[in-house]
Ligand binder design. Structure first.
Ligand code: SAH
Length: 427
């Protein structure tokens, strides 16, 4: 989501005549987009801010804008005090303060102010910044901001505010613009993307939005993430199964395989409900791949409870598991009320156990692709190898001198590992 937000900020800057600077040292404006989902992300943001100190000292005109969760919807005065060179702050996804500042700096104030007003509502008009035009193959589009579900551990709702769906016409016009600029795949984003439109009776559901996006000519693939288990409807699954451009891949976090832990997390479903959901997804979407998120070491998680998470992963054999060690986030329910009592080494131990387990599962799943021919959408060349994705979102590398960017081609898989595959272009 921050990638999508940063892209919008970059596009807005270009509207004011700015160009991308290859190095921070050369920039007049630096926008730092921040994440707080875990301590490691927050530490990185502080690291970058500290790194900007000498630049700000050298260049008193440097405009530093900090956006994202470190500012949050409520602002962050302490951060401005600690880093006095910060000139602009903005809430996640909100590029208005930046745009207003830029407008206030121009000579042609009246005209540009008007533009700023327009920009305040430029939702749907910003596509790719120049350097990504006809380069970027797969693009994120945020379809809803914020989140109104209060998972005990999660800081996002308090930083991004309540759930708010974007108007479908803005989403679709942004998608059309991006496709006109070379994008072949759109990934719709929401904290609970399967709730799209639930806050607005006049908007379509996510299934409806997918159907509308499906009509966009030139668009080859559509994906969406992340879904919350309690909101996945048959209507949505059937849309995925029916619409050829919508890829058979569902990201639906489980977080824990123990009912008490799920309850403590305030997730709102049981292990059995999650299990049934996975069966339902597999039944309705043939060949589907499923990704999950797991948190290990949530407060109070016993060895036995952890074992149940491990057993569930072993049983369900999902394609991907994004693993995280619990990180207390200030102000969340778990941080206030539940002591972070699983020692760090133990969190690491559980993390590694699941990593090993998932590695074996993914190796087995991916091995089934060997000698198969699958359609791969190629995105970019790195270190001499083209990288692309299968419909199931598996990473595939192909070595060739041909220009494959944006091409959707059949590839025969010649090697498979747990995290990626290699192949060659099929005849
Ligand atoms: N709303 C989205 C995004 C959440 S952030 C979703 O539900 O997927 C992505 C993942 O980060 C979450 O699924 C969760 O597994 C993890 N996460 C969130 N807060 C965390 C915390 N305090 N400690 C560790 N992992 C966390």
């Amino acid at each position: 989501m921050n990638v999508a937000d940063s892209r919008r900020a970059a596009s807005a800057l270009e509207r004011f005549g700015y160009e991308h600077a290859p190095r921070a040292d050369d920039a007049d404006v630096i926008v730092l987009n921040t994440c707080m989902v875990r301590q490691s992300a927050e530490d990185r943001a502080y690291g970058r801010l500290n790194g900007l100190r000498p630049l700000a000292k050298k260049n008193p005109d440097l405009v530093v804008c900090v956006m994202g969760c470190m500012i949050g919807v409520k602002g962050n005065q302490a951060l401005k005090e600690r880093f006095p060179f910060i000139r602009i702050v903005s809430a996640p996804s909100d590029i208005r303060p930046l745009v207003e500042y830029l407008a206030s700096q121009t000579d042609r104030q009246d005209e540009e102010k008007q533009t700023a007003e327009r920009f305040a509502w430029m939702d749907g008009e910003l596509a790719l910044p120049v350097r990504e035009q006809n380069q970027l193959v797969s693009a994120y589009i945020t379809v809803m901001d914020g989140c109104s579900h209060a998972c005990a551990y999660c800081i996002i709702p308090s930083k991004r505010g309540g759930e708010k769906s974007r108007p479908p016409e803005h989403i679709l016009s942004e998608a059309r613009l991006m496709v006109a600029q070379g994008v072949k795949e759109i990934i719709f984003l929401g904290q609970i993307v399967d709730r799209y439109g639930k806050d607005r009776p006049d908007y379509p559901t996510l299934a409806g939005l997918l159907r509308q996006a499906h009509e966009i000519e030139g668009l080859k693939r559509i994906r969406f993430l992340t879904s919350h288990p309690s909101n996945i409807t048959d209507e949505l699954l059937d849309a995925v199964a029916e619409l050829p451009k919508v890829m058979p891949h569902i990201e639906v976090p489980n977080q824990a395989g123990d009912d008490q832990v799920l309850k403590n997390m305030r997730r709102g479903y049981t292990v059995e409900e999650y299990r049934q959901l996975i069966h339902r997804i597999r039944q309705r979407i043939p060949g589907v791949s499923i990704a999950t998120d797991i948190i290990v070491g949530f407060p109070g998680e016993t060895g036995e409870q952890f074992q149940r998470t491990s057993d569930l992963l072993a049983e369900l054999k999902l394609d991907v598991a994004h693993l995280a060690r619990y990180s207390p986030r200030k102000g969340t329910l778990s941080e206030r009320k539940m002591p972070d009592d699983v020692p760090d080494e133990e969190k690491w131990r559980r993390f590694r156990l699941l990593e090993e387990l998932q590695k074996g599962i993914a190796t087995g799943i991916n091995a089934r692709y060997l000698d198969q021919t699958v359609d791969v959408l190629f995105e970019e060349k790195k270190k001499g190898r083209w990288r692309g994705r299968t419909p199931t979102y598996k990473l595939v590398f192909v070595e060739t001198d041909e220009d494959l960017r944006g091409k959707l081609l059949p590839v025969r898989i010649t090697w498979s590992g747990p995290w990626s595959m290699r192949g060659e272009l099929a005849e």
